[in-house]
Design a protein around this ligand. Structure first.
Ligand SMILES: [Zn+2]
Length: 236
């Protein structure tokens, strides 16, 4: 289950014991989606610092309930080159203390957002506290509907395994959703069955590559889509 810290951190002193109890009783893998208001590449130092503070606050709160991964989008290119953005974001990520909660860098769906698979894999190679969150739907949308066949998904898993080792596939965090997009990338999430996202071949690739970890459904029908994904996977 992914807790939504997207507007505020909702694990508090009041509810953390109940969350932890429920997590342990039900054997749930807990992660959190970090704040939407993060830009580690902001030209304003104050905004960079605020972004880091939001990530750290989320990581600490998640750690209190034994969560494993805080997922976030690193930021935007804005007026910086791709190379400068990479360096500036990496510096910030490298400066962040570790609270036993992995920083999961999410592949992003819009062309103006930092976070291609290649960029994030490269950061994960350099910084031990950072791991991948592969949002397949974002990759699909960023390139105007690029993921169509089994091979398209397999290529991604092959690349990750080649670059980060098989161990990365055995500890993976994944987002899957239906998605609406145009030439600039992601527009909005959709229910899986109302979109062209080929979740069946995506799941088949996950199964064949023996990927382990966590798949989180997103979108307007999140519970329904989570069950759809689970049943589809089990029937492959
Ligand atoms: Zn996200």
């Amino acid at each position: 289950m992914e807790l939504l810290f997207v507007r505020s951190v909702n694990v508090t002193d009041k509810n953390k014991d109940a969350i932890l109890k429920s997590k342990l009783e039900n054997g749930i893998y807990l992660s959190a989606h970090g704040s939407y208001y993060i830009n580690l590449n902001s030209s304003e130092p104050e905004k960079q610092e605020q972004s880091i503070a939001r990530i750290l606050k989320g990581a600490k709160a998640l750690g209190e309930v034994q969560g494993r991964s805080i997922v976030f989008h690193c930021g935007y290119y804005k007026n910086y080159s791709v190379e400068d953005t990479y360096q500036r974001i990496m510096e910030k990520l490298n400066s962040m203390p570790y609270f036993n909660v992995d920083y999961r860098l999410e592949t992003t769906g819009k062309k103006n957002q930092f976070g291609t698979l290649i960029e994030l894999v490269s950061i994960c190679k350099e910084i031990k506290t950072c791991k991948l969150c592969i949002d397949f739907s974002h990759i699909h949308a960023r390139y105007n509907g690029r993921l169509k066949t089994y091979e398209d998904f397999a290529d991604i898993l092959h690349y990750v395994s080649e670059q980060l080792g098989k161990s990365a596939l055995y500890d993976m965090h994944i987002h899957i959703a239906g998605i609406n997009y145009n030439q600039n990338g992601e527009k909005n999430h959709l229910p899986l069955l109302e979109s062209d996202f080929n979740f069946v071949e995506c799941l088949r690739a996950l199964k064949n590559y023996e990927v382990k970890g966590c798949v989180v459904a997103e979108g307007p029908l999140v519970e329904k889509d989570a069950i759809l994904l689970k049943k589809t996977y089990e029937n492959l």
